[in-house]
Design a protein around this ligand. Sequence first.
Ligand code: RBZ
Ligand code: NIO
Length: 351
Amino acid sequence: MNDRKLMTTIESIRMPDREAMDAAERHLNSLTKPPGSLGKLEAIARQTAGITGELVPDLSARAVIVMAGDHGVCEEGVSAFPSEVTPQMVHNFLAGGAAVNVLARQANAGVFCVDVGVNAELAHPKLISRKVRFGTANMTREPAMKREEAVAAITAGIETVEQLYSEGYRMFATGEMGIGNTTASAALCTVLADMPIEEAVGLGTGIDEGRRQHKIQVVERALAVNRPDAADAIDTLAKVGGLEIAGLAGVLIGAASLSCPVIVDGFISTAAALIASKIAPQSVPYMLGSHLSHEQGHRQLLQAVGLSPIIHMDMRLGEGTGAVLCFHFVDAALLIMQEMATFESAGVSQA
Ligand SMILES: Cc1cc2ncn([C@H]3O[C@H](COP(=O)(O)O)[C@@H](O)[C@H]3O)c2cc1C
Ligand SMILES: O=C(O)c1cccnc1
């Protein structure tokens, strides 16, 4: 297995800059407001200072990375939509017509779509082609992929972030497209976040309760057939995960190694964050939770990773839509740091 790139990237992740965080805290407390009164905006300002080492970093160049991959387990009827939607949506991302494109335009962010495992031949000048294989195998019969394929997909994510960093991007958001991927994510939650299957399996694209019960049985079968090793996140990812989930774990690890903030989208992206947190715990301080997805297991999954959501919007789309919305909150936090008057400059009496 060629995991050297992964290992060296993990080893290069630094601790966040404590001094910069303390300086941000002191500055926030000097501003004309009761201490702590801007809540999560203050937490974001402290965190971005710690991540970048700068009090007011320039995070204007930002990108959402949409990893796309297919799932063999769709044969079992776990999604409300057919697998063909994955490549069709990839074309939609490339044409700029998907929800994430609209929200990214509003947030001045680039959208980069990566084919890490779509089950179709795809070619487009704007597509980042890093295909590891044509979709996963049906995990109720065999492992979703080989261990080295999981590592290759993680590496594709790391290298995508490195490429975008070299082009000037300094803040990232995770997005994904892969029909069937709430099933794989639920399996990962069950093994690695110790969640009961009943909690982890949700309605995804909108199946009914009867189909959700079937989806629970599908996850149970996949776990019984593959027996993933809970102490080995890459083994679990390979057996019951997905190529786009692996790619996003790489994005999260890569962003941390480059000292860049990375905003984690909904249920599936947080499953990727769970993988990253297991194989590189030091990457977690570089992650920002974004929204609380309507997918039922998301609250517990966020807790397992140690993230808290910025917004509650009842969204359940994926693609990076919730994460991209949160670029606005990072902008707001940095503007507060930059523009607000201090007690001293405004002549306001302190407590
Ligand atoms: C048109 C369309 C666009 C989407 N964009 C994201 N997803 C979301 O739905 C899928 C996960 O749900 P499940 O596990 O139930 O298949 C993923 O592709 C996710 O990104 C979409 C789904 C559809 C149908
Ligand atoms: O929270 C998500 O990311 C999500 C939930 C349902 C379907 N697709 C994505």
